[in-house]
Design a protein around this ligand. Structure first.
Ligand SMILES: [Zn+2]
Ligand SMILES: [Zn+2]
Length: 269
């Protein structure tokens, strides 16, 4: 059994509909899904509604750094409403993206800080997106005491020094298809080294398809390839890696995810 801890499933990405995508993943043994609700209100509502409708799905709500400029009182009021649903398990993805710079950097920082405060208000973990901004991401997590809620560094693409600091700050490391890419050496190193109880796997569908499907539209069923590669790097069996990452995900995202995969409520950390 595997959990895809980070996927985007709105109709804009999958014209065949999320149900078909989920069913293909279930057939591959992927039993739980954390659907990320960012990209505007429509996508955010979609994630929460999908989680209400499908037993295997839980959702997050937040403001992606790409869309930091769109955050304001109106959007925030809707997030405050959506987050009350018990199937919303985290605030995210939030963070900094200095690679694309779709929103001005000061705005990205401001909204990241605001979203961490929001997560503390509602006592939910955060899902962090960080690209080309490692030092500032860690600085903000530390200065805003994000440890209080903890969370996940999603699509881990940094090095061991970053990983060690993130773990210290209370963040688990989630590996995406990037770990299957030949040139991602620092990610291979971290996947082999990270503590067994602090790692997760995800697809970030529809992005970042793992090898051997790199370049195609990614979907949650393909988290199997990522898990297989992480297991190989750690000299573990696929079954063992699947079991521990599923336990880790349930611990991190709480009882709603445990119920989604049909288990009993796991204790929260
Ligand atoms: Zn991301
Ligand atoms: Zn994402």
């Amino acid at each position: 059994m595997l959990i895809d801890t980070h996927c985007h499933l709105d109709g804009g990405y999958f014209e065949e509909g999320a149900d078909a995508v989920l069913d293909r993943a279930l057939a591959e043994g992927v039993r739980g899904f954390v659907c990320i609700g960012v990209g505007g209100l429509e996508s955010t509502r979609f994630a929460v509604e999908l989680a209400q409708r499908r037993a295997e799905v839980v959702a997050t709500v937040g403001v992606h750094p790409h869309e930091a400029s769109s955050h304001g009182p109106e959007l925030h009021a809707v997030l405050e409403q959506l987050v009350r649903d018990e199937r919303v398990v985290a605030i995210g993805e939030i963070g900094l993206d200095y690679h694309y710079d779709h929103s001005p950097r000061p705005t990205q920082r401001e909204v990241f800080v605001r979203m961490i405060a929001f997560a503390k208000e509602v006592k939910l973990p955060i899902v962090v997106h960080t690209r080309s901004a490692p030092a500032e991401t860690l600085e903000i997590l530390e200065s805003e005491a994000a440890r209080e809620v903890g969370g996940v560094i999603h699509c881990f693409s940094e090095d061991r020094a970053f990983a060690a600091r993130a773990l210290d700050l209370g963040f688990d490391l989630s590996f995406s298809g990037v770990v299957t890419f030949k040139n991602a050496r620092s990610v291979h190193d971290v996947a082999a080294w990270a503590p067994a109880d602090r790692i997760l796997v995800e697809t970030d569908a529809p992005y970042l398809a793992p090898n051997p499907l790199r370049g195609k539209r990614c979907e949650p069923a393909w988290v199997v390839h990522t898990a297989r590669e992480v297991a190989r790097l750690r000299n573990q069996s696929f079954e063992e890696l699947s079991r521990t990452t599923t336990e880790n995900a349930c611990r991190r995202f709480g009882p709603a995810l445990s119920r989604a995969v049909g288990g009993s409520d796991a204790p929260t950390r």
